[in-house]
Design a protein around this ligand. Structure first.
Ligand SMILES: [Zn+2]
Length: 315
């Protein structure tokens, strides 16, 4: 038994580092109930051995996995889905209706990512995305309930970051897996009191501030004790972080609007976002220096800037 891993246990929920790009960037979550397990998120295929190792640690195996939930089909969440489904023969994949066809035929998804990142990167990062048998899908209508033994799990549609996004509520743990709609919260982003720094993520191409506000409210008003953003690990004090996220979503929009008319809109937004994020982090009392902070969030700022520029050009 690995003690470090066991410390992450919260009412049957385990946080597994997918070691995706770097440590503590993307989590795969394991829910353990009786002799069954559910998995939330799949990072990429290279994360599978860490999940198998965790299953073995808690006395389960590949036949124990009943469900695999995807919060949405961005590839840092869904890139490993085909490989996971091949490894776990009894699992059903639970996915938003808008994401389902891309899991059955991942070629469109794969091509769109190759278009952005190039073939070599995608092959190294994700391998060949494997199609999933339609019969193994459970389409997550809003408020869908599934049972993992005695544990009721409820899926809620939570657009704003992506229109194929769900949040997954674990009623026994009184916790929610929030994917990317309730912020990013890397464990290294803390102040001297150990509080966590949070920020929204506005990846292309579905960012919608009104819907993100609504989804943040849905999660806040659910009364959960803990939220699990995919990036990264469980966080308490949901109401407090909801208020911060609401304000930061508005700030992101204001920054974007202030860049209207710039010839390179994405670059202009990214420059302002870098400055804004560092200001917020400094006010928060972050323990990192600016370089270390930028190493942690720089790529997020770039991706969010792309999403914000896309939103502005469509609105
Ligand atoms: Zn995403």
């Amino acid at each position: 038994m690995n003690d470090e891993k066991m410390l992450e246990n919260n009412k049957g929920i385990y946080t597994i580092d997918a070691h995706y790009v770097r440590d503590n960037l993307a989590a795969v979550y394991l829910i353990h109930e009786g002799n069954e397990a559910a998995i939330v998120e799949t990072a990429n295929l290279h994360s599978l051995p860490y999940v198998e190792s965790m299953l073995a640690d808690i006395g389960l195996d590949e036949n124990s996995v009943k469900y695999i939930f995807l919060t949405h089909i961005h590839l840092d969440h869904a890139g490993g889905a085909g490989a996971y489904m091949a490894k776990f023969p009894h699992a059903k994949l639970v996915v938003h209706p808008r994401g389902a066809r891309h899991m059955v035929d991942p070629s469109v998804l794969e091509q769109s990512v190759i278009g952005v990142y190039g073939e070599e990167f995608v092959a190294k990062m994700y391998g060949k995305l494997q199609p999933i048998d339609q019969e193994r899908l459970i389409i997550a209508s809003d408020e869908l309930e599934v049972m993992l033994g005695q544990r009721k799990i409820i899926c809620r549609h939570t657009p704003g970051h992506a229109n194929h996004h769900i949040a997954i509520f674990d009623t026994k743990a009184n916790a929610v897996f929030t994917g990317d709609v309730f912020g990013v919260c890397y464990p290294e982003l803390v102040n001297a009191d150990g509080e966590r720094f949070i920020f929204p993520t506005t990846t292309p191409v579905n960012f919608n501030p009104e819907l993100m506000h609504q989804s943040i409210d849905l999660i806040r008003d659910s009364g959960v004790d803990v939220f699990y953003p995919t990036h990264f690990g469980g966080v308490t004090d949901v109401v407090h972080y909801a208020a911060i996220l609401h304000a930061m979503v508005d700030d992101f929009v204001e920054i974007t609007n202030s860049c209207k008319g710039e010839s390179d809109l994405t670059a202009a937004i990214c420059r302002k976002l870098d400055g804004y994020m560092w200001q917020k982090a400094s006010d928060f009392g972050i323990i990192l220096d600016r370089q270390a902070f930028q190493r942690s969030v720089g790529v997020d700022n770039q991706i969010s800037a792309q999403g914000l520029a896309h939103w502005l050009s469509c609105s």
